[in-house]
Design a protein around this ligand. Structure first.
Ligand code: C2O
Length: 547
């Protein structure tokens, strides 16, 4: 591979959407941010310069960061934030991955505007295991706030209430014609007939899983989270924040007398606040010039599933299978060294004395894994770990079973209080881990897109209701399960995955709905060094920011 150099200048940039102008944080004055393009095997060096008053970090979501934990990016986990006027250079190599990923800020809610695609092309002389596309197009789904999202989350954390929702969903930063004041801000994809396009879909939205569909066109899903899949066809996709999908779009064989909406709408947004607004873009055939009637073309609309389309979702996610062939094997751990059972869901913290709180029953909203709501430390966990100074920063007693025994029957418990702490699990190098994640659906039914840093995992099983350790493992797929970095724990159900701890460092795991992350649905795995020199965490780069 070669080395690719980038400079990301984080600066203010005025953007107008829905007739509201905001000075947003952007990279190099672009919104959405610039693509990072590399080939598998390339080294990528990104110098990030902070010109704003906020603390900033950037995360290369889904990049394995083999041996480069210092470049991962989550604030207070692998690094202290880059402060005003400071610079940090992220240096990593893309190993064994090709497809689409995304980069985004990883501190507070800054990723609401600081995000962009990562496009990983196959090695030179290697081709896609599917038809060569005529063109490749990034389609990034996002959310637009008319107000500063930092104010939204800090107010919510203070009052204990659920945060205000965004004002629009966006495609490549544009809300589209169904929103007020936005017809001119409509994303248009111009295509030729009889061609195959590769859409690189990314969900960079803060808080919503999104359905996506293009009217009268079938999509062929070929890759997810930078791993190839057995291709399958679908009219509608579900994509969770942090997930990426490469899909082939075959255009009509000849010019149609129509244009077609592409649209995205949210699955559920939690706490019953279902938002039925829809972002729309337009798929337009580039008609030859004599075709002047094109202005009056019919515009077809796709049908999108409803918020309660649980069966559609289970069916859709069940279609994902690794290629699992000789060239692209699925290295699913066949045996397990350590098993974990984690509950994930919402809960509450008591309201401080002499204040009023607007969360459930006058408390404050919280979220937890195994009833532990993870508090971010004031120096980065990875630094504390590397320098052997974990004392007072974190403890290594993250519970391997829920603190409060879980058996959900539909009636929420009277006491939804969580325990707060900065607790991690320590894993030896090359431990094969099986993790079952059980959604509690306490204080609201919603699925949690769980994201693991530093690894891909294999989704070996999923189901509804309570996980049954005696019956469910018999149904696990250990042959061709999907390999990804973010997967939805179904609402009122469970998800089981396996991974091998072959990457030394401290690795964050959290719900990729930012509101849940902020409430504490996050934890860390500490993976110890292995015996070989190339299995050790290298020392930090000299420009690693200090807290
Ligand atoms: Cu895309 Cu920890 O995040």
């Amino acid at each position: 591979g070669i080395t690719r150099h980038y400079t990301f200048n984080v600066d203010y940039h005025n953007v107008t959407r829905l007739c509201h102008t905001r000075s947003i944080l952007s990279v190099n004055g672009q919104f959405p941010g610039p693509p990072l393009v590399a080939r598998e095997g390339d080294q990528v060096i990104v110098k990030v310069v902070n010109h704003v008053t906020n603390n900033v970090t950037i995360h290369w979501h889904g990049v394995r960061q083999l041996g480069s934990a210092w470049a991962d990016g989550p604030a207070y986990v692998t690094q202290c934030p880059i402060q005003t006027g400071q610079t940090y250079t992220y240096n990593f190599t893309i190993t064994g991955q090709r497809g689409t990923l995304l980069w985004h800020a990883h501190i507070s809610w800054l990723r609401s505007t600081l995000y962009g695609p990562i496009i990983i092309l196959p090695k030179r002389n290697e081709s896609y295991p599917y038809e060569k596309p005529h063109k490749e197009i990034p389609i990034i789904l996002g959310e637009w706030f008319n107000v500063d999202p930092e104010a939204v989350i800090s107010q919510a954390l203070q009052t204990g209430a659920g945060p205000n929702v965004s004002d629009a969903y966006t495609i490549n930063g544009l809300p589209g014609p169904l929103y007020n004041c936005s017809s001119k801000d409509t994303y248009k994809l111009k295509v030729k007939p009889g061609k195959t396009y590769l859409l690189r879909l990314i969900n960079a939205a803060l808080n919503d899983e999104l359905f996506f569909s293009i009217a009268n066109h079938t999509l062929i899903v070929v890759e997810t989270d930078a791993v190839y899949l057995k291709p399958f066809e679908t009219d509608t996709l579900l994509i969770a924040p942090g997930q990426t999908l490469n899909v082939l779009l075959k255009t009509k064989p000849s010019f149609p007398n129509a244009s077609f909406f592409m649209a995205a709408s949210p699955y559920f947004t939690g706490s019953g606040s279902f938002d039925n607004s829809t972002v729309a873009g337009i798929l337009e055939y580039n008609h030859p010039s004599h075709y002047s009637a094109s202005k009056n073309l019919t515009l077809f609309k796709p049908t999108l599933p409803l918020f309660n389309a649980t069966n559609f979702v289970a069916n859709f996610t069940g279609k994902f299978r690794s290629l699992a062939n000789a060239k692209f094997p699925a290295n699913v751990p066949q045996t397990v060294d350590r098993k974990f059972f984690f509950t994930v869901g919402l809960g509450s913290n008591p309201c401080p004395q002499n204040t009023t709180c607007q969360g459930p029953n006058g408390s404050k909203f919280a979220a937890s894994i195994n009833n532990v709501s993870f508090a971010l430390p004031s120096i980065a966990l990875l630094q504390a770990h590397f320098f052997g100074k974990s004392n007072g920063v974190y403890t290594t007693d993250f519970p391997t079973q829920p603190l409060v025994q879980f058996n959900y029957t539909g009636t929420p418990p009277n006491n939804t209080h969580v325990s707060n702490g900065t607790r991690a699990v320590v894993l030896r190098f090359n431990t094969s881990v099986e993790l079952v994640l059980q959604d509690t659906s306490i204080l609201g039914a919603e699925s949690h897109p769980l994201h693991l840093h530093g690894f891909n995992f294999f989704v070996v099983g999923q189901g509804f209701g309570n996980y049954d350790p005696n019956k469910d493992p018999a149904k696990f797929n250990l042959v061709d399960p999907v390999e990804r970095n973010t997967a939805g724990v179904p609402a009122g159900g469970w998800l089981a995955f396996r991974f091998l701890s072959d990457n030394p460092g401290v690795w964050f795991m959290h719900c990729h709905l930012d509101v849940h992350t902020s409430w504490g649905l996050r934890m860390a795995w500490v993976v110890l060094d292995g015996p070989e020199p190339n299995q050790k965490l290298p020392p930090p780069p000299s420009d690693l920011p200090k807290c």
